[in-house]
Design a protein around this ligand. Structure first.
Ligand code: IPE
Ligand code: IPE
Ligand code: MG
Length: 235
């Protein structure tokens, strides 16, 4: 544990809530409930370890395809979470952001999210980002539309478009690219998560199901990261 090089930004695809519940003969929603508790704990653990940015993929643009009662239960969990989050954010000095198309969420959730981002914007501790109704392709298409608008109204010229400028149109414009991406539950795919931002990120996959993930597992992921030789195209 000593002398670990701590990644600045860790992004997590939390997966396996349903399988965790199934193994225990519980409804899937119980897996989501336990999973949300683990998110709470991992924010604290990440902060203790000195991680500055933690991003979690909580609901994808594709997750609307799930049965209505599961979607409802996930939205209820989110509502409960947001209710307590402002207090917790200020207590822990945590800055919270949401990425994804929040206009696709119900109005009360949108209001809560805006309120939470505003209330925590001056906090200087860990930057916690939740990806909600997030899909990387959707994010890029929204960015493109916004860019097209700026081209049309003269705020942007074609020749001024660079990678840096494009980045400025993404939901993640205020975040550094992730150094380490973790996916739990044994799946080894991105499922439409941060396709642009993960270009040079180290990937860590584990069979552990998200509701069983803990600080020890997080440290294992960081140890794996420490063993990688990051090159960014150089030698
Ligand atoms: C991850 O767990 C949580 C969300 C995608 C909301 P899953 O619900 O995908 O769990 P599995 O993959 O079915 O086990
Ligand atoms: C990815 O998990 C999305 C989130 C973690 C929010 P899924 O469980 O939805 O992904 P697939 O369907 O297995 O690719
Ligand atoms: Mg899954």
């Amino acid at each position: 544990m000593e002398n670990l090089n701590i990644p600045q930004h860790v992004a997590i695809i939390l997966d396996g809530n349903g399988r965790w519940a199934k193994k225990r003969h519980l409804p899937r929603n119980m897996g989501h409930r336990q999973g949300s508790k683990v998110v709470e704990q991992i924010i604290e653990d990440a902060h203790d370890l000195g991680i500055k940015y933690l991003t979690v993929y909580a609901f994808s643009t594709e997750n609307w395809k799930r049965p209505q009662d599961e979607v409802n239960a996930l939205m209820k969990l989110l509502r409960d979470y947001l209710k307590t989050c402002i207090k917790r954010a200020n207590k822990n000095n945590m800055k919270v952001r949401v990425i994804g198309d929040i206009t696709g969420l119900s109005e009360d959730l949108q209001e809560k999210i805006i309120e939470l981002e505003k209330a925590s914007k001056d906090n200087t501790g860990i930057n916690f980002t939740i990806a909600l109704n997030y899909g990387s392709r959707d994010e890029m298409v929204r960015a493109m539309r916004h860019m097209a608008e700026d081209l049309e109204n003269g705020n942007l010229s074609k020749d001024a478009i660079t990678e840096e400028v494009f980045k400025g149109y993404l939901d993640t414009k205020e975040l550094p690219d992730p150094d380490l991406m973790i996916r739990t539950s044994g799946e080894e795919r991105l499922s439409n998560f941060m396709l642009w931002q993960l270009a040079y990120t180290e990937f860590y996959f584990t069979d552990v199901l998200w509701p069983d993930f803990n600080k020890k597992e997080l440290i294992k992921a960081i140890e794996y990261y420490n063993g990688r030789d990051r090159r960014f195209g150089g030698i």
